[in-house]
Design a protein around this ligand. Structure first.
Ligand SMILES: Nc1ncnc2c1ncn2[C@@H]1O[C@H](COP(=O)(O)OP(=O)(O)OP(=O)(O)O)[C@@H](O)[C@H]1O
Length: 885
């Protein structure tokens, strides 16, 4: 039936492919051996005259008519048939419509050009553009003029080549655009420096005194550093400039992620480290701009400009320079900003609060770093040529240095290669099963016929069309009887199949195939999905890859009996995000009461907190998430946007002044909260946990916060009605009873699943879908996590052990004047805001790496102490006095 028809299809395609191959060869032969003296439709030769064409009389006639009509462009015709032949032979070969358009435009452009601009051009024995070329040329010259027509034809030619061959021009012009870009950025930097120096000289003039050139240079360097700090402060999350964003675009040939870079605000560096930006740029650029090369004797004389402050400084330097012969190298050393290229200057933030330093051998522990027997290739965690060939070296380097490297997404081949599991049930066996099914149903008094058989990787779907008058509930109730009669482990009946007049009977296949995670990851479904939160689920019963978008769900509940594939599924879901999103785009909060299931994710840079294993901390974590959601809503309200994508998009359009006026808003990454065992969490504080989860589930979508909850106890005290009402998307693995299935999916069915990742997926509002979960091994998980760890350390911004007390104190009790005088950090914060002349919560959060509550308390205390003024909307507060004044 189905199999037979697909075999017929395959045969038909093969025959068509052969026919196209013949036509391609025949045409090519006819065209290449075309001779103008051969007979054709437009030329009669005397009978018995010799035919020169290699394809005989037929070739002569066909080539003749084609050459008359298309001239040189005739050569395109064999190509058309070659493509058609390949398309029939190679099913996966894609030749989309725009390539056909490209081919047509190419032929027209060639025909036009060979009858006008390149008239007289001969390829083989074919000359000119034929009838159509001539017609097109004349018409275009009439409409656009001769030159206009030529330009359009040339542009058409190049456009056609681009359509056919992809973007080949960009790499060709890349060196040119880069050098032009470099030239302009150097020019810009130089002008900025001139401005700065002008201002400084004016200030110095006002101040009086007689500074030495070295002092001037030192002040200039300081000034520059301060400016960079300011910019870095403002852009600490966004990144210094658009260029860096562009740099982050993955290489199209390394990683097919054009598909997955919707938000370009990420600069690839650690967003929480403003000073890195300062360190990143000047090391190379500063000496270029001022010292050594540019101000040496030659340049000085050559580019001399009376008004140029740089030369004014050099004049001063020369006038005060001691008359001593100085070696050129020594002079370089004396330039005051030389020791500062990689400074940790005064505005540098406090060191990152990384609670547990990453053990050196972390990434080395990853088994994948060893060569794989299956592929025969080494699969180092850091792929050769993509980050650094020597992974160890990368790990040894200081963090700041590594941040300068761009973060790249893991390549898909970091996963173990999969071997095609192609053993499928023989057609004979399928026929026998269909017959047995038919007979058994007849035995139970159900009339009808098997209308289609669809074999899949794990189960085979038999479509059964009941005779008129048969109640489908009668078939649905026969599940166990059919399983017995067909000697099947478990049978699931879908009655009816949506949109069909049949009932689906799913019987386990004789040979169960494993759905490998890599297969689905490499499928078009995953590649095409642009969401950073695309989740790989597995394959449907017909073997089609299935992915889902967590951002749309917007939360997911996963339940199933123990040992049925939940942990593997969670790993697959987490990995799906790690293949698309950088730490600055998606943050994760993992809660793992069992302590071992998610332990492999420790030190993943996407984490905002080490994997939470203490349930009291997990409760705090959920409360924090609610608080974070409120903060995000406030931030979005400030920019008058409705969700985080709007927020991040609007941020990019803000000017520097607007940003400062809005208190330096920062881009908001997605936050994905994964709880591996909800039951354990509900045990300690069911009401509070439920309240937090429900609140998040109801509101967090717009704020970019999404939850994945897993449980092996799908009882009503864990998966409560309130939680269920707010989690429309659910996955159920095999469960032990109908009752559990109802608790999870509101319907029966998951008790008939086969375990080992076999699941029922309930999309929000949609029909239940049976999916065979993708299998991902622990080694693969470790490889991907190791890949990220080798690029960046986590920067934990939260501590849930102290969050509760911090939150508890918020707004609680009056703070007396001077109450915090013994808190050194508070005193530092006062000094800091005094030096800045303004104060805001986010400024303190960034500068001192403290939580929102603490920063808010500091600001409140400063207001009580009379150091800062009252709040004025979203503007920073003014500083009224310094400490001790
Ligand atoms: N998609 C899959 N394909 C093939 N086998 C799978 C798949 N998912 C899980 N398995 C098999 O099932 C076993 C149990 O899976 P897993 O550990 O994920 O179950 P679990 O539901 O998390 O169990 P527990 O609740 O006890 O932790 C795995 O060791 C694996 O061999």
């Amino acid at each position: 039936m189905q199999a037979t028809s697909s075999r017929h299809n395959g045969l038909g395609r093969d025959i068509l492919g052969l026919a196209c191959t013949f036509l391609a060869c025949f045409l090519l032969l006819g065209i290449v051996t075309y001779h103008p003296h051969d007979p054709s439709f437009s030329q009669v030769v005397s009978p018995g005259a010799k035919v020169h064409n290699g394809a005989g009389l037929a070739g002569a006639y066909i080539a003749g008519i084609l050459v008359d009509l298309f001239g040189v462009a005739t050569y395109v015709f064999p190509v058309v048939f070659i493509v058609l032949a390949l398309k029939n032979f190679i099913h996966r070969l894609k030749f989309p419509w725009w390539r056909w358009v490209g081919l047509a435009v190419f032929a027209l452009a060639v025909a036009e050009l060979s009858s006008t601009a390149l008239a007289g051009i001969t390829i083989g024995k074919i000359t000119g553009g034929g009838f159509f070329g001539q017609l097109l040329g004349e018409w275009m010259s009439y409409v656009l003029g001769p030159w206009g027509a030529r330009i359009l034809a040339v542009v058409g030619f190049f456009a056609a080549v681009q359509l056919l061959a992809g973007n080949i021009w960009a790499p060709l012009f890349a060196p040119l655009t880069t050098s032009v870009g470099d030239f302009f950025s150097k020019y810009q930097e130089r002008s900025k420096r001139k401005e700065r120096l002008k201002k400084l000289l004016k200030t110095l003039e006002k101040e009086g005194g007689d500074p030495t050139p070295e002092e001037i240079e030192a002040r200039l360097a300081r000034l520059e550093q301060e400016e960079q700090d300011e910019i870095a402060g403002a852009e600490s999350y966004i990144g210094p400039d658009a260029d860096q964003d562009d740099d982050d675009e993955p290489h199209p040939y390394i990683q097919e992620q054009g598909e997955s870079e919707p938000e370009s605000w990420d600069n690839g560096a650690d967003d929480d480290e403003p000073m890195d930006l300062g360190v990143a740029e000047p090391a190379d650029d500063q000496p270029d701009i001022i010292s050594g090369d540019e101000l040496d004797e030659e340049n000085y004389d050559e580019d001399y400009d009376e008004d140029d402050p740089i030369f004014a400084l050099e004049r001063l330097r020369r006038s005060t320079r001691p008359e001593v012969e100085v070696e050129p190298g020594v002079q370089e050393v004396e330039v005051p900003w030389e020791p500062e290229p990689a400074p940790q200057p005064k505005a540098a933030p406090a060191p990152e609060p990384v609670p547990e330093p990453m053990p050196k051998q972390d990434a080395g522990d990853v088994p994948v770093s060893k060569p794989r027997a299956s592929t025969g290739e080494g699969r180092d965690v850091v792929m050769e040529g993509q980050i650094d060939p020597e992974a160890d070296l990368v790990r040894e380097k200081p963090l700041s240095e590594r941040k300068l490297k761009k973060l790249i997404l893991p390549p898909k081949d970091i996963l173990a290669s999969v071997e095609g599991d192609t053993k499928s049930t023989p057609t004979e066996e399928l026929r026998r099963q269909a017959q047995a099914l038919h007979t058994t149903l007849q035995d139970f008094g159900v009339q009808g016929e098997v209308s289609a058989v669809r074999p899949g990787p794990v189960v085979t779907l038999f479509e059964y069309k009941p005779a008129p008058g048969v109640k489908i509930s009668k078939i649905a109730n026969l599940t166990d009887d059919l399983a017995l009669a067909l000697k099947a482990m478990a049978i699931r009946i879908e009655a009816p199949i949506p949109g069909k007049d049949s009932v689906g009977i799913e019987i386990p296949s004789k040979y169960r195939q494993t759905v490998h995670y890599r297969e689905v990851l490499e499928s078009g479904a995953y590649a095409k999905s642009e969401s950073l939160l695309t989740l790989v689920l597995g394959k449907d019963i017909e073997g089609e890859p299935c992915v889902a978008d967590l951002a749309k769900m917007p939360h997911l509940l996963v339940a199933g009996a123990t040992g049925t594939g939940k942990s593997v599924c969670l790993n697959a879901l987490l990995l799906s995000m790690l293949f698309k999103a950088k730490p600055s785009e998606v943050k994760m909060l993992l809660v793992d009461p069992k302590r071992i299931e998610l332990a492999v994710y420790a030190d993943l840079p996407h984490l905002i907190h080490p994997v939470v294993t203490e349930m009291s901390h997990a409760k705090n974590a959920l409360e924090w998430a609610v608080h974070e959601m409120d903060q995000r809503y406030q931030a979005m309200a400030k920019l008058a946007v409705r969700n985080i994508s709007g927020y991040n998009a609007k941020l990019k359009t803000l000017t520097q002044e607007q940003r400062i006026a809005l208190d330096n808003p920062e881009p908001i990454p997605y936050l994905v909260i994964v709880i591996d065992e909800l039951a354990d969490l509900m045990l300690i504080a069911a009401k509070e946990v439920e309240m937090s989860i429900v609140r998040l589930a109801q509101l967090a979508r717009a704020a970019g916060i999404h939850m994945i909850l897993a449980t092996q106890r799908p009882s009503v005290d864990v998966v409560t009605g309130l939680i269920k009402a707010n989690f429309p998307c659910r996955i159920s693995f095999q469960v032990t009873s109908k009752h559990d299935s109802r608790t999870i999916l509101d319907t029966v069915g998951s008790e008939h699943l086969l375990g080992k990742g076999d699941m029922l997926f309930k999309p929000g509002g949609g029909k239940l879908q049976r999916i065979h979960g993708a299998f991902v091994s622990d080694e693969d998980v470790a490889s991907v996590v190791g890949f990220w760890k080798s690029q960046e350390k986590p920067s934990y911004s939260m501590d849930f052990s102290s969050w509760s007390s911090e939150g508890g104190e918020e707004g609680g009790g009056e703070i007396g004047p001077g109450e915090m005088d013994s808190d050194q950090k508070y005193l530092d914060a006062v000094d800091f805001v005094t030096s800045q002349g303004k104060a805001s919560i986010s400024l303190l959060q960034r500068r001192f790496r403290i939580g929102f509550n603490k920063a808010a308390r500091y600001i409140e205390q400063m207001e009580v102490d009379g150091i800062v003024g009252p709040a004025d909307g979203s503007k920073p507060r003014p500083v009224l006095r310094g400490r001790g004044e």
